[in-house]
Design a protein around this ligand. Sequence first.
Ligand code: ADP
Ligand code: MG
Length: 714
Amino acid sequence: MTARPPSPDVPPLARPVGTLWGVGPERAAQLARLDLRTTEDLLLHRPRRHEDRRHARPIAKLSATEAATARGSVVAMGVNRYRKGAKSVFELILDDGTARLHCRWWNLPFLEKYFAVGDDVFVFGRLSGLKPRTMDHPETEVVETGEENFIHLNRLAPVYPLTEGLPQRWLRALVWRTLERFESQIVAPWPDLESKVQSPKPTVSPAAGTASEAHRSLDSGLWTALPSRAHAIRQLHFPETREDAERARQRLALDEFIALERDIQSRRRRFEAKARGWPCGGDNRCIKPFLARLGFTLTAAQTRVLREIRRDLNGPHPMRRLLQGDVGSGKTVVAACAALMAVESGFTVALMAPTEILAGQHFANFTRWFGPLGVAVELQTGSHKTAVERRASGAGGQAALGLSAASPRPAPLVIGTHALIQSGFEPENLGLVIIDEQHKFGVAQREQLVRKGRYPHLLVMTATPIPRTLGLTLYGDLDLSVIDELPAGRGRVRTFVRAADKLPRVWAFIHGRLDEGRQAYVVYPRIEETAGDLKAVTTEFETVTAALAPYRAGLLHGRLASRQKEEIMAAFRANAVQVLVATSLVEVGVDVANATVMLIENAEQFGLAQLHQLRGRIGRGAHESYCILISAASNAEARERLRVLEETSDGFRIAEADLKLRGPGELLGQQQSGLPRFRFGDLRQDLELIRWARELARQLPESGAALDAARSPA
Ligand code: ADP
Ligand code: MG
């Protein structure tokens, strides 16, 4: 995008940065590389940090563990070249009267021209050496004399992300001038909400009586007054205190969350306005005998969730429900009952699983469960093409759903993987779509499947306990049901974190469990050995086989043909194979009650939530189970991180810990996750803000034009 000439029609904040005083084409191009194209982009350019230039740290007090800002004058400098001039180090020696500091940069000889002996320099970093005090590749800024000095000195100075050729000092001055000129033009995207945002809101806790309490941080669960948007933008750049900077961030994050919540809510309203739900509540004629024959009674949580589902299936709008329940909480049976409700009502049900193994397992279970009821079940994965699919892909345009509900043919249940979406699968009369292990699918994929047919009911299930911040942003348009109770009679799962040198004893221990008739999983992070020292299933298979002889081991990973995968899973289920050596492919859904040991090598390679899922494969029967996490002997830090799993089996706590450690993208599995991107919002900590935004968004009128102003161009 090139800068357009300013036009009186374009609101000032939307004008290109090139129209600002002092920004020529070259600077505009540099700013564009940072995605700063309009005046508003510039004003929302978030500082990486603030440097406290009122209190520089004496050089003598700098430390190797904590980065800090110091200030000194250049007493000597020079470039040393070596390797015949191919390499160089530029060294700058600063003195502040307390000590000298050697700053070094490798292979950036041109830096020399930015400094001169006698210069007054700010330097930020941590020491890499103490004798002499040394900093490698620190951030620096030369103090210049001039009338703009008050922008840069004696304050919390913003330090921005830069791009090559763009000086920190220049950008800071540009932001300052732009604020001076445009601050008064910054308006809140939702003027009606402004008074609510700016006055303290009563809290959930009735104890919060006093004014001082009302101003405590949001973390304590109290709402607090936030600055106006204009004021927040000034404080984002030039705050008086670090608390001001944080409150500014919260205000701007709140605006982002309101924009998101408004989107979610209006999408939901539009959807409900146009989509009517098929009557899929059923009449119990299949469910009754199904439950009678099941061999166990549903937990209270399962029953409650089923009531919620039935209400939706009988409701005026298509169900949009997320079923959350920790591993082993019994979501499959709930799915089966929901499917039967739709089937009783004469509709077709599609059940989608993320892996062929899991689809195959569901097929086996549902066939066993539904066979006696006379309800046909079909499997359709990449390797299984069913009659239904062939019919569907051949027949074409018969999309008249619903009307054929009266068809006497019992509606089949079709189980598949994502191949279901990709193929021409378009059954007549699709009433309900169930997606198992939703987090393994992208949001886009989910939408794709649901668009098949005309607004079938949708039930998505996940075992990933999704921290509330993520759930509300990612699944905000879904209603939530939670199975918060495990079936009784489960054996305990004990978890141990061990260093790799303990392996011989671990093998002996596992051998002992196999002697008792149990089975085991052994999981590795890789299929094949690559560079580095990560263990791989294909190479470790021999080791495991030898260590656990005479018991039989089977090998399972994603590169095997479907047929092979099925054979191995079948053998493991039948206890013809006692040890399953696998990749994290077994993470989701696999259910073999006799398997009581889970050994995971290079456990540090997995996220905590993923390890929790893997651990969920055991403890499914009455026997005591053991999860052993092995991490590289040298990696004590990783072992500390893994201790969370020793301490708790509460999936929510584990997911929260994972979120803090690795961030939302990692926790949910990257780009697929469909998480919105925020410039200011932080999904690790902003739960209260998101809740508040949700409430505020509800108070907005149906439509508004100014709304998109607040949305950051993520
Ligand atoms: P997940 O929620 O992880 O998908 P599953 O649906 O695979 O869990 O259930 C785990 C195991 O618990 C299965 O073997 C299932 O048959 C069993 N199960 C489910 N509900 C109950 C219950 N109410 N009582 C006893 N066992 C149950
Ligand atoms: Mg499951």
